[in-house]
Design a protein around this ligand. Structure first.
Ligand code: BGC
Length: 709
């Protein structure tokens, strides 16, 4: 008998259910907190895992109780949300995705895992893999954006980073792919709202990142708060038991989102908490996060015949197996050693990640700032707001070492006089500082205007019906523009903000998202030209709220938009194009693509297709470009999206340099789901598009035909 078998054979019902119970220690508050004495419950064998606790002393103290004062001495599992760094905070996921750099994604996850493991944490509730196409939804900040292919690559990289090659190694922590699934499509962008997406969209868009996570060996998956087509995810047997477990073969742990099992009664699919507990367990949710209904109600569900002991045993085994894989039975106080950790290297990584996430949205011959600048006015409520730089989900982060834009510029430009005024608060109604802010700008050569959202205006429970500039920031911006001094906007946000008017009038707009501890230094590096920006948008940026949801991979219509024809798919009052397409992002200088070519015009299922394009740097400085490859299937059994991303590549080019960029595609890139959701290669014509972003007009095109095999 192995360890798990003998433990399960020895456990009482209460001890078994205890292993399925996760409670909050409340060091961070990420949801409603109930009562109950944690230590006493732990001694009674009612707790298997704890969230929202970190730190060597605090975790060890609880672990000691589990090991020395419970009958079976099963170690506790400590879980925490580590969305973009633990102590060192990296850019928010949406920003980091803009780097389009899987190696960076992996390295920041690894660094976060090392810091977290050193703090006693063994499980993180990340990566977040919700496809997000609605900037009203605050959690867009935590997501890798609008595209399933990008999201799958992000999932693989993050899981490699968190889990390493060996989950039992001290610097590894278990990853949780979340939130399964569909939450990004919440009705009208409203947090926790119901989701109603078609089965095809589920299979083509929302499920693939989770498939990638399972294939990458992700230890856990979190079932979401939301319902999909009327079935709340923690009770969704079709998607959890049948799809994840049976079809994908997922043997890891499924964790409910915070209190979500108890909320099944609110959803109206369970008459009481006993039914709620039974529904979740039968859907194969192993861990009840915080709601406590497994502990209070599973014995009753068993007595009522709503669940069988085998359901409970299977869940307990999965939880114990995870603890075993993490090495907790061998070393419950896993410690990171000095060899794993370098604070200096982590800080350098944070600066690099921040630089690589800054998305230069607009630049009318303004950036980099002239080296001889003598006086710069730094204005705006986010210019010197250290507390806002980290963004949402920075539970163990500290603002102590946060570099603001003001500080970054002062360090980078010591010869320059840099004056500062906030002008307004992020949100208040007080505009009394605007005049003074403009007055100090009068003889400046440039105004660096730091606007946007507070960190807690995105993330969970942060939907905004009007995602523009809050408070009186627009007034400050109008006043700054009216001075006649050129304005460079630094925009802090967890989402695309609707600021078309500002983009049209500012000389430059820098998308700074929330970049973490090193934000200000990285921003100064871009403004001064020490770093030539490389990030590209992982999301289409709408002009107005009325365009939402807008994403590049939409399906065709029988009546494509035509300015001359009223009976076509468009708006009377607005363009159908986003303000910035997916993939948009500027560098200093420009790259042109020419001469798209394929090594063949026809292929069969086992063939490889080589795609090449010439990239030429027409600018005066070295630059890094991201080149996207899309496919369009011209005729299929279901209408295919106008563009589907299948690959991207990065190329570094010196001034005037030409390089050939090559992609190799297999038939995989041309497969579609048929009417029964089976993956097939249909014979017929495809277009290959290559370009710098998803604006169809700007893409190079080549034709290719799939032949019957
Ligand atoms: C969030 C999850 C998070 C959990 C634990 C929930 O409210 O939706 O993303 O992992 O809390 O903090």
């Amino acid at each position: 008998m192995d360890l798990i078998d003998s433990l399960v054979a020895n456990m009482t019902l209460a001890e078994k259910i205890g292993q399925l119970n996760m409670v909050t220690a409340g060091q961070a508050i990420t949801g409603p907190v109930g009562g109950g004495d944690l230590d006493e419950n732990l001694r009674a064998g009612n707790i298997g895992s704890v969230l929202n606790l970190w730190g060597r002393e605090a975790t060890s103290a609880l672990q000691k109780i589990a090991l020395e004062e419970t009958r079976l001495a099963i170690p506790l599992l400590f879980g925490l949300d580590i969305l973009h760094g633990h102590k060192t905070i990296f850019p928010i996921p949406l920003a980091e995705t803009a780097a389009f750099d899987p190696i960076l994604w992996e390295r920041t996850a690894r660094a976060a895992a090392i810091e977290a493991a050193d703090d006693g944490v063994a499980l993180t509730f990340a990566p977040m893999l919700d496809i997000a196409r609605d900037p009203r939804w605050g959690r867009i900040a935590e997501s890798p954006g609008e595209d399933a292919f990008v999201c799958a690559k992000f999932a693989e990289a993050k899981i490699r980073g968190f889990q390493g090659a060996n989950l039992s190694a001290a610097p590894s922590i278990a990853a949780t792919a979340k939130h399964f699934c569909g939450g990004g499509a919440a009705q009208a962008g409203r947090e926790y709202g119901p989701v109603d997406v078609s089965e095809r969209t589920l299979h083509e868009v929302y499920l693939p990142p989770f498939r990638a996570a399972v294939d990458a060996g992700c230890a856990a998956i979190m079932a979401a708060f939301n319902s999909v087509a009327g079935v709340p995810m923690v009770a969704h047997r079709g998607l959890l038991r049948d799809y994840l477990r049976s079809e994908l073969g997922f043997v890891g742990v499924i964790i409910s989102d915070y209190n979500a099992i108890a909320e099944l009664t609110q959803h109206g699919v369970a008459a009481d908490p006993v039914e709620a507990a039974a529904l979740a367990l039968r859907a194969t949710v192993d861990i009840d996060m915080v709601s406590g209904v497994y502990v209070s109600c599973l014995p009753k569900a068993l007595a009522r015949g709503l669940v069988e002991m085998e359901h409970i045993d299977a869940a307990v085994r999965r939880v114990l197996r995870l603890k075993q894989k993490l090495g907790l039975f061998d070393d419950p106080y896993r410690r990171v050693t000095r060899a794993d950790f370098s604070a200096q290297a982590t800080a350098a990584l944070a600066a690099d990640a921040a630089r690589r996430s800054i998305t230069l949205l607009a630049n009318r011959d303004m950036l980099p700032l002239p080296t001889a600048s003598r006086r710069i006015a730094v204005l705006g409520p986010l210019a010197d707001a250290a507390a806002e730089m980290l963004g949402p989900w920075a539970l163990a982060g500290s603002t102590k070492n946060c570099v603001t834009t003001l500080a970054g510029l002062r360090t980078s430009l010591p010869q320059c006089e840099i004056v500062f005024a906030a002008g307004v608060d992020v949100e208040s109604d007080d505009g009394s500082g605007i005049a003074a802010a403009c007055a100090i700008s009068a003889d400046a050569e440039v105004i660096v205007l730091c606007l946007g959202e507070r960190a807690n205006m995105s993330g969970e429970a942060a939907s905004r019906a009007t995602p523009g500039l809050p408070g009186r920031q627009r007034e400050l911006a109008e006043a700054a523009l009216a001075t006649g001094v050129p304005v460079v906007v630094i925009l802090f946000s967890g989402r695309p903000l609707m600021i078309t008017w500002l983009v049209e009038r500012a000389r430059a707009v820098v998308g700074a998202w929330f970049l973490g501890n090193m934000a200000g230094q990285a921003i100064a590096d871009v403004l001064t030209g020490r770093f030539n920006p490389t990030a590209r948008l992982p999301i289409s940026w709408p002009r107005e709220i009325g365009q939402i949801p807008i994403f590049y991979s939409s399906r065709p219509t029988g009546r494509p938009a035509d300015a001359a024809d009223p009976f076509t798919s468009k708006y009377l009052d607005l363009s159908v194009e986003p303000l910035f397409p997916f993939g948009h992002g500027l560098s200093f200088g420009g790259v042109e693509l020419k001469n798209l070519r394929l090594n063949r015009t026809e292929f069969r299922v086992h063939d490889w297709i080589k795609v090449e394009v010439d990239a030429i740097n027409s600018g005066k400085v070295a630059t890094e470009e991201t080149i996207f490859l899309f496919v369009h299937d011209l005729v299929s059994t279901t209408a295919r999206p106008l563009l589907e991303l299948k690959a991207w590549a990065k190329v570094t080019l010196g001034p005037s340099q030409l390089k050939v960029v090559a992609f190799t595609l297999s038939a995989e890139s041309f497969r579609v789901l048929d009417q029964n959701f089976e993956s097939v290669l249909e014979p017929g014509d495809f277009h290959i598009f290559v370009g710098l972003n998803a604006d169809r007009k700007s893409l190079l095109r080549a034709s290719l035909r799939a032949l019957a095999s």
